[in-house]
Each structure stands twice: as structure tokens, then as C-alpha cells.
Design a binder for this molecule. Structure first.
Ligand code: EPU
Length: 321
């Protein structure tokens, strides 16, 4: 291990963390591919995250690993998982704007959600409290931080439309609250300051239409169950939908369903889902993603943009596609 990594590791230990060297990441990602992280560390609060920032090594936040394509060579620097306080949920009522409480007392307010909370966990907690507002995340894998970073959504809407504020930590370890306007949410896109890590999110929530939202979610989950290969390792949608069309429709129309490279295959069930059939490498997936992009480009003149994010130590020239 280089002296830089050894120094960083020591700093993290002094701040109460337990970094793992050369930590395998494939088991943590949804595609089950990719090499190791130089250092993998779990952080439990903003103080620990600030200590990670202080190391000056490159930082990658893993979230749930549900939308990341990790390179076969792995990720240099520190890979962070947000746990502890980053998985907390509290509520802020308009009547008591400074205090946080465990439940939403009035009819509407702000849910304050830790960036490491999974979307599924958030929805289940809100359900128990009879609170609506995050229904657009039904069936979307990943964490709140990841949902913000890419303005996650479904046909039920986009999370950006529900955001009251986003708290981030900057590379200098300082935190700031961003307004939704400054983040400029667009379809599967959000503009965050360079190097910022989302730590906490405020979402507008209400008790008014919980039953309706829950019913719509059930309907939507059934639709997904029937149209998407949810039982196989994938990263959900591989490409963003181009304006006015659907990536799945285009890849299907190009005749690519079932096409395989190595252990990576375009799903027979939904053409925008790329599956690891068991032995896929990150390079196999890259090659298949490129093949789909190039074929759709040739046949229809439409350039698909990946929704998945490639991270880590890729050979030069592989990304962008
Ligand atoms: N289609 C085909 N062939 C296919 C797949 C789809 O012709 O193999 C057609 C469908 O018939 C439909 C159109 O393409 O007319 C769109 O397909 P679908 O309704 O399945 O939705 P999608 O646009 O592919 C989006 C989100 C999904 C979300 C679903 C349902 C994007 C990129 N994807 O998929 O989100 O679950 O709507 O709300 O916006 C994700 O982002 O990871 C994700 C899974």
C-alpha cells in the first residue's frame, strides 16, 4: 500500500472508522461486477465524512451500488458507504421550523431523510406513518443520495419535484443547504457543486393523499414486475430515454434483445435492462452498452445516453462511450 493510502487509513482509524484495504466491490453492486476499492469505509455521521474529505484522496460514494458500473480494475482512493445518521428519518413541521420530530404532526411538512437511506426503506417507513410524497421512488433501487444525484423517478414523477432542500458536504468538509432551484433538476439529471456529497435531503410530504399514492404504487410495481427482469442482476434502465421515445423500444426495434457479449446479455424481457448471466465482467457490459448505443445510432440516428454511471479505473478512452 502506498504511503498516501497508509496515511489516509490511519486518519480514518483515528476518526473512529474501520477502513478495509483492497475491498472487493462486486458483491456490493447490483451487477455483481468490478474490482476492489483501495479503501472501503463506512461513515456514520458528518464528522466522519469530513475526516474522509480531509484525506485528499479521490472519494466515490457507493450508495446501494444500484446504478454504478464499477471497472474491472476497481476504484482508486476511498469508497464511502453512508450508514448511521445518514440513514435517519425525521420530520419538520411548518409550525415548528427549527425542531425535528419522529412523526409528521400536522397535515403536511418536510421529511428530512439521510442520504444513505434506501428508497425502499424510506417508502416503507413513510407508509407506516401514513405519509405520502415519495411515491415516485416506488421500485427505484438505490439510496436517497443517489436519487437526488440523478433525479430518479418513474412514470409517477421525479424526486426533484418533491425537494425542499439538499444538504451537501463540500470537499473542504463544510456543509451547505442547496435550494432545488440551484440544483436545476432535469430528466435524470441534477447539477450539484463539483465534489459535493449529498448528506441529507428535505422532501415535501403530506398526509392528504397517502391511500391514493399507495394504490398507484402497487399498480406501478405490478407493471414493473410484468415488464422488467427484476429477478436478474442488472442496474435497472441502462440508458436514459431520449426525448419522445424509449431506449427499450429502440434497442428492441434494432433487434438486439437477447444479444450477449461474454456473460452480459440484453434482457429478453426488457431491452433497456442489461443482465449479468453469471460470469459477466465490467468490460463485457461496457462492450454490450457500446454495441447497443452504436446500433441504435446507425439504425435510427438517435444517440442514447447511459443512465448508469461508470466509476473507477477504466482503460483510457472507454468512457464516455
Ligand atoms: N418497450 C419495447 N421493448 C422493450 C421494452 C420497452 O418496445 O423491450 C417499449 C414499451 O412497450 C413502452 C416503452 O418502450 O412503449 C417504454 O417502456 P416502459 O414502459 O417499460 O418504460 P421505460 O421508459 O423503459 C421507465 C423508467 C424505469 C421505470 C419505468 C416504469 C427510464 C429510463 N426508465 O422505463 O425506471 O421503472 O419507466 O415507470 O426512464 C430506472 O430508471 O432504472 C427504471 C427502471
Amino acid at each position: 500500500m502506498s504511503w498516501e493510502l497508509a496515511g489516509a487509513s490511519l486518519k480514518l482509524i483515528m476518526a473512529g472508522m474501520e477502513p478495509t484495504k483492497d475491498a472487493p466491490l462486486a458483491r456490493l453492486g447490483w451487477w455483481r461486477v468490478g474490482g476492489p476499492a483501495d479503501l472501503l469505509v463506512t461513515v456514520k455521521d458528518e464528522q466522519q465524512l469530513a475526516a474522509v474529505m480531509e484525506t485528499d484522496l479521490p472519494i466515490t460514494v457507493l450508495g446501494n451500488g444500484s446504478n454504478l458500473l464499477v471497472a474491472d480494475e476497481g476504484i482508486r482512493g476511498i469508497v464511502v458507504r453512508l450508514r448511521g445518521n445518514f440513514r435517519a428519518l425525521a420530520f419538520r413541521d411548518p409550525s415548528s421550523p427549527d425542531g425535528l420530530s419522529d412523526s409528521l404532526d400536522g397535515p403536511a411538512g418536510i421529511a428530512v431523510v439521510g442520504a444513505g437511506m434506501s428508497n425502499a426503506m424510506l417508502l416503507s417507513k413513510l407508509d407506516r406513518l401514513g405519509v405520502a410524497g415519495a411515491g415516485c421512488l416506488a421500485g427505484v433501487p438505490g439510496t436517497m443520495g443517489g436519487a437526488i444525484r440523478m433525479n430518479a423517478g418513474t412514470r409517477m414523477g421525479e424526486i426533484g419535484d418533491r425537494v425542499a432542500f439538499v444538504r451537501v458536504m463540500m470537499p473542504n468538509g463544510k456543509t451547505q443547504n442547496l435550494t432545488p432551484d440551484s440544483i436545476n433538476f432535469r430528466y435524470r439529471r441534477a447539477t450539484l457543486p463539483e465534489g459535493a456529497i449529498v448528506t441529507r435531503v428535505g422532501l415535501w410530504v403530506t398526509k392528504a393523499n397517502h391511500a391514493e399514492e399507495a394504490a398507484l404504487r402497487t399498480e406501478h410495481l405490478e407493471y414493473r414486475q410484468n415488464s422488467q427482469p427484476l429477478d436478474q442482476p442488472s442496474c435497472g434502465s441502462t440508458f436514459k430515454n431520449p426525448p419522445g421515445d424509449a431506449a427499450g423500444r429502440l434497442i428492441d426495434a434494432a433487434g438486439l434483445k437477447g444479444t450477449a457479449i461474454g456473460g452480459a446479455q440484453i434482457s429478453e424481457k426488457h431491452a433497456n435492462f442489461f443482465i449479468n448471466t453469471g460470469s459477466a465482467t465490467a468490460s463485457d457490459l461496457h462492450a454490450l452498452i457500446k454495441l447497443a448505443r452504436d446500433t441504435v445510432q446507425e439504425q435510427f440516428g438517435i444517440t442514447l445516453e447511459p443512465e448508469v454511471h461508470a466509476v473507477g479505473d477504466w482503460p483510457d478512452g472507454m468512457w464516455p462511450l
